[in-house]
Design a protein around this ligand. Sequence first.
Ligand code: EPS
Length: 384
Amino acid sequence: LRFLTAGETHGPQLTTIIEGLPSNMKIDFDALNFQLHRRQKGYGRGRRMQIEKDTAQILGGVRHGYTTGAPVALVVENKDWTHWRNIMNVEPIEGNDEAKRRVHRPRPGHADLNGGLKYNLKDLRNVLERSSARETTVRVAVGAIARQFLEQFGVKVAGQVIRIGEIEAPPHSLPIDELIERTEASSVRVVDAETEKKMEAYIDQIKQEGDSIGGVVECIIEGLPVGLGSHVQYDRKLDGRIAQGVMSINAFKGVEVGIGFEAGELRGSQVHDEIMYSEERGYYRATNRLGGFEGGMTNGMPIVVRGVMKPIPTLYKPLQSVDIDTKEPFTAQVERSDACAVPAASVVMEHVVTWEVAKAFLEKFGGDSMEEIHANYQNYLKQL
Ligand code: EPS
């Protein structure tokens, strides 16, 4: 199972091809678009999100509502492109730097300068157009297909915001269905109404000060069997693959599984989850501090992954940089931006983690049709 994406933030569309999906998988188009809609929401988003109405169009690999086993081609249009037709034209255009909206002033914290130097581009727009977090739209689309696949095996995925800047959400132990319902009703994807208010006020304050703010998000996946991923080789460890996926999300600077970095402060007896057995549940762990993983494999407990997002680097408050034409210092000009995209990042991380899990699921129970995968899965459950 694999995918590639293409497309620029102000280009006509984002494109992806997913290869390796089984045949006879029902595609729920509304559920797919619902996930895209979730990513667009969240307190602190800028003006661009009022322009876009993300909708997936499937252009291959699906017929009469079911996958055929062929690659699935999927695109999401950029509505904003109408304002950028000339600037983003694939054909050469007449005009000066102004007409081309050439960027020669790299923004600190963005890919602009490194990308420009690496690809020998004198117009840094060629870097920023592709490095933009707009690309996470199709990563959510791809993850939403993976989610629909896993749902057929009773798997549930939730996400929540744990922290925005100074404000941390209090811990809770809600069942996953309630967690999904409550975070969906929240403007900042938290379950606690008091925290929601505090986070909104905090984002307002940050925005007023011309600044941006990051935070911590969490993804929980329930209903997976033991044994996805493997201890036998570094690149088959599923927690490692999830970490790579999470770190590849725009602006993410860290990832942890279960109690993560806290494990460095505690004793072994305070960290490891004791093994229990009951007739109804089979083997289980008394606690889930290791976040569903031992030896790079799922252990049957919920997967719990956290990621940290840095504040968005496009600021109204200027930071120092250097012009690539003159090598003279300048302070970056005001640009359209989100003050906080942490709630949206929570939705993105859900889908990135779900994708990695679906991939490992297919590796274990692989088959070319849904029927074959169901049979393999049932057979494994019998073995367990
Ligand atoms: C982004 C900058 C902003 C965000 C964008 C990510 O876009 P623009 O440059 O058009 O104002 O709105 O996010 C999205 C478009 C999206 O769909 O999430 C960036 O530089 O990463």
